[in-house]
Design a protein around this ligand. Structure first.
Ligand code: ATP
Ligand code: MG
Length: 278
């Protein structure tokens, strides 16, 4: 195990009940979470619907405080919403009245220290936003409105929006779920390249096991009732990973193994919720 201060994400026996009533009934949405993620590591979380994946994300970004336990991100105890994180969700949720580039700029208008400098630095920020849009293949669409973009294009723009303030941590909650298989794989590669270049930490929630194995350094499987991490699987596939790797035996074996874990959980075998070895 590494020294505690060298973790980027450090959950120490974290429990969360959504309100006092549930807390009084010992009804926790997630429980006994011990999770330690290194700097620049890409983790994926898979698990059945309602098991607590989004709850984990809310805890990791300080939108929810744990009922018990402690969370440190980048060595600092989490006491409120974090500025060092960017988020993207299943629905791209771009503002329809803003152009693509203006949507991407939005976090800089809201989050300090950018907010107070926004007027003076607007040109510089806009150049940054346009460069990012170009990188994800949206050159030529910067000044269009969201309704002029396909679903995949909107999702690319929302990833740019999540990254524009250069966060140390990117949280993605099923970002590619609504896309067709080809677009999804294209976006895997874009995310892979951005992360290789900028080395931010990623927490990706997904239902797609292939996606988790292709992208992540470590895949965690979560169980439902109680919401716990029950499997930690290191993905030792070499990087950079090409889509071709998804057709190899090594890759599909890992996907099958994870599918086996999820299948066992669905049959209730995971209810014991044994803590995972770290
Ligand atoms: N605001 C809330 N108040 C009370 N309970 C909640 C709240 N949000 C989520 N829960 C409960 O917490 C548990 C975990 O929910 P969560 O949204 O984290 O699941 P999930 O793994 O993200 O599911 P999905 O895959 O469907 O998105 C569920 O039982 C859910 O009903
Ligand atoms: Mg969810």
């Amino acid at each position: 195990m590494q020294a505690a201060e060298s973790y980027f994400v450090d959950f120490r026996d974290v429990w969360l009940a959504y309100n006092d009533e549930l807390r009084a009934q010992n009804h926790f949405a997630v429980e006994a979470i011990d999770l330690h993620v290194g700097h620049g590591e890409f983790i994926a979380i898979v698990g059945p619907s309602g098991c607590g994946k989004s709850t984990f994300m809310k805890l990791a970004t300080g939108l929810k405080m744990p009922s018990m336990g402690k969370i440190l991100i980048d060595g600092q105890p989490v006491t409120g919403p974090l500025k060092i994180s960017g988020m993207a969700f299943q629905a791209p949720s771009l503002l329809p009245w803003r152009t693509t580039v203006d949507n991407v700029l939005l976090p800089l208008e809201i989050v300090e220290p950018h907010r107070s400098q926004f007027k003076q630095k607007r040109k510089e920020y806009e150049t940054r936003a346009r460069a990012l849009l170009q990188k994800v293949g949206l050159a030529g669409y910067e000044d269009k409105h969201p309704w002029q973009l396909s679903g995949g294009m909107q999702q690319r723009a929302s990833i740019c929006r999540a990254l524009i303030h250069e966060p140390k941590m990117l949280l993605l909650d099923e970002p590619f779920g609504a896309l067709d298989a080809f677009t999804r794989e294209e976006l895997w590669c874009i995310l892979r390249d951005l992360q290789a270049e900028q080395k931010f930490n990623v927490i990706l929630v997904t239902h797609d096991l292939r996606e988790s194995v292709f992208l992540a350094d470590t895949v965690y499987v979560m169980s439902k009732s109680p919401g716990r991490f029950v499997v930690k699987r290191d993905i030792a596939l070499p990087r950079p990973r090409d889509l071709e790797i998804t057709y190899t035996r090594e890759f599909t074996d890992i996907v099958h193994e994870l599918r086996g874990h999820i299948g066992a959980l669905r049959q209730g075998a995971g209810k014991a919720g044994a803590p995972i070895p770290q």
